[in-house]
Design a protein around this ligand. Sequence first.
Ligand code: AN7
Length: 355
Amino acid sequence: MNENKYRGIIQKYKKFLPVSSKTPVITLNEGNTPLIYAGYLSRLAGKNMEVYLKYEGLNPTGSFKDRGMTLAISKACEENAKAVMCASTGNTSASAAAYAARAGIKCIVLIPSGAIALGKLSQALIHGAKVLAIKGNFDVALDLVKEVTRDYPIKLVNSLNPYRIEGQKTASFEICDYFGDAPDFQCMPVGNAGNITAYWKGYKEYKNLGLSRKLPVMLGFQAQGAAPIVRNKPIKDPETIATAIRIGNPASWKTAVEARDESKGLIDMVSDTEILQAYKILAAKEGVFAEPASAASVAGLLKLIKKGYFKNKKGKITCILTGHGLKDPERAIKTVKTPKVMAANLKSIIKEIGY
Ligand code: AN7
């Protein structure tokens, strides 16, 4: 195979990852996602600010989870595991199912019944995972998965698995490689808090190696009804339309708080109304379709702009769009007016268009 052809984050960033020549690389050519300049949002942010969207929805299974999953599944295979398991609000299960299928190993996923988006459920099922829908939320599911994987020969591939974080940190490397340095600010959604942990680790490593000069201010956003870190206590019954981040007791709580504090950033919350507003702005003004949880990053950006946070500041802001809008088509349809059904008649169509 040609070494110069892009074949995923392990091949591209292997010198920064815990892999050796013995690691079987299970890849779908994940990563290398576009960083898209956002003109509308940049104008809102102010004359010295530039906003960019890291469109992680363009990963092979439609979310950032693929970066961590390629490494977690590759390492599981290196260690001769025959089965992997995760709890998921949807995207982790879709990614685990796809990479496990590619590796030819068994995948078991626990999901909160009725609380994951249709696209994600269809992915886990079509890739052949054993999908168990439990009467309980994500936090309950994760506790069960921790118990099962402790007692049986099944590898846990939630972000408690350190290889997940290692793989996900490559998104920071890509951003630094693109700009020639880290951005000044980064807005991102926070659910189980693995991703903010991974980005911060990646940014720090690149700087320590002299591959970037600065570190971004980390700005994380939880949904208002699922904001344990903001409220400083676990939420027993988290609620939000952004089902991906409907999490009441994040596994990487401590490292998310470290990222916030070390970067002099913040972790705030945004309401479902603000999330849906940002969701629509992204699609209608920037032409970028991201799922509601991803729009939390832009909802947070808009909230900070309104508060004057970026006043007298300058530089680049990256907003991480963690998952594709097509993951949750039901939400899109519910958010807009559905098309008018009309007669197949030229005159009435011309009239309706407004000519
Ligand atoms: C689109 O799939 O937790 O803070 O089980 O799917 O690293 O948890 C998904 C999380 C943001 C939050 N955006 O990231 C799961 C799961 C999207 C997501 C998050 C998730 P973390």
